[in-house]
Design a protein around this ligand. Structure first.
Ligand code: MRU
Length: 366
């Protein structure tokens, strides 16, 4: 892993070994484990078990999944073989639209080519291009979003701009800079005084583990809070704006993101606090009008709610049970925030209102 403050990537390809490598985010922040992805089953495992997670990163991992499938000895140039693998990879998790998008884009680039060796080169190139595009997307989200932070900073005369975020929509969920974190990193680069309230984000604590880790790595002042504290902080004017990511947005501006996002949007609305969604346009599902009951919401294992993981007194990662023996749990991974609760979308193409007209306009080729 790289030095403190130096940009890192959660996925890369070791060109010498021609192997895709990822940071195992299940072990962060306490252990830094690198995992090689050498088979389609390993790609599916990495996505499903959240070794890699976050919409843009899942999309890039899916794209590399096609590259890995083509390198499998059993592959003999039969397109059905790869199409089956593509479907299996796409079904690893249902909510993030980037997964199917990354897989299909790589597949459609590969299939016209009949020579297996050249197919591998095409897949490696396209997956790499998607990764670089996501870096560019995040950078642009940062450049557009920092203007919103600057505006608030001007009114606060140097006092910190307090930004609340939920889950991890940072470099670890993308390739670099993140989405929700991109304006924050851009503000830091401009020397703007910012402070981040980081929702712990139960049950897998992506905020307490991952967002806190990367903000710390980049020297951004932050405070980890219980998920239920945000409303109270808003009532007491301790939050200036909310920026979160999304796994899938409709063309009318409804947004699916980590479970709990909708409750933050309601509290922000009730306290007149700007509530922004940061996203690359690759996360807009142009086939979907309505979000509620239309965006597939992942239901994950009950274990994730029954148990919590952390460092024990021997500094070892340990899983502990927090619920009583006979209690049951249910574990929805995401919820939908309707467009009416969203102040705006911060995208790589600019900022717009969460309405179909504004989004259509933004998506118009320039
Ligand atoms: O279950 P996860 O950790 O994959 O959920 C991630 C999120 O909800 C992120 O906010 C979203 O994917 C945007 S990542 C830029």
């Amino acid at each position: 892993m790289n030095k403190e403050g130096e940009r890192f990537r959660p996925i890369w390809i070791d060109l010498q070994a021609d192997v895709v490598k990822v940071i195992d985010q299940r072990a962060l922040p306490h252990e830094q484990v690198i995992m090689d992805l050498n088979s389609v089953d390993q790609v599916i495992f990495a996505i499903r078990e959240m070794v890699v997670r976050g919409a843009p990163l899942i999309g890039v991992t899916g794209a590399y999944g096609i590259f890995i499938a083509l390198k499998n000895d059993k592959y003999n140039g039969d397109a059905t073989y790869i199409e089956n693998d593509a479907e299996k990879i796409t079904n690893a998790r249902p909510t993030a639209v980037n997964l199917a998008w990354g897989v299909n884009r790589t597949l459609s680039a590969v299939l016209p080519e009949k020579d297996p060796a050249r197919q591998i080169d095409i897949a490696r190139r396209v997956a790499g291009e998607i990764a670089e595009e996501e870096v560019e997307n995040s950078r642009n989200i940062g450049q557009y979003g920092v203007k919103l932070i600057e505006e608030i900073a001007r009114k606060k005369f140097g006092k910190p701009v307090n930004i609340l975020t939920h889950c991890n929509a940072g470099s670890l969920a993308c390739i670099e800079y993140g989405t929700a974190t991109a304006p924050i990193y851009a503000a830091r680069e401009k020397g703007i005084n910012v402070h981040v309230w980081v929702d712990e984000t139960r049950p897998l604590n992506q905020g307490a583990r991952l967002t806190a880790w990367e903000l710390g790595k980049y020297g951004v002042p932050h405070t980890v809070i219980p998920d239920n504290a945000g409303g109270h902080l808003m009532q007491h004017a301790m939050v200036d704006m909310v920026i979160v990511g999304t796994d899938r947005s409709t063309y009318t501006g409804d947004v699916a993101n980590k479970i709990g996002t909708y409750l933050k949007a309601l509290a922000a609305k009730d306290n007149n606090i700007p509530f922004y969604i940061a996203l690359p346009v690759s996360t807009i599902d142009r086939s979907l009008e309505k979000g509620l009951n239309h965006i597939p919401i992942e239901k994950r294992s009950a274990e994730e709610v029954h148990y919590m993981e952390g460092l024990n007194s021997q500094n070892k990662l340990e899983k502990i049970k927090i619920t009583p023996k006979n209690s049951t749990t249910v574990n929805y991974g995401f919820d939908v925030t309707p467009a009416r609760l969203i102040t705006g979308l911060i995208t790589n193409k600019g900022i717009c209102k969460a309405t179909s007209n504004d989004i259509q306009q933004l998506l118009q080729p320039k």
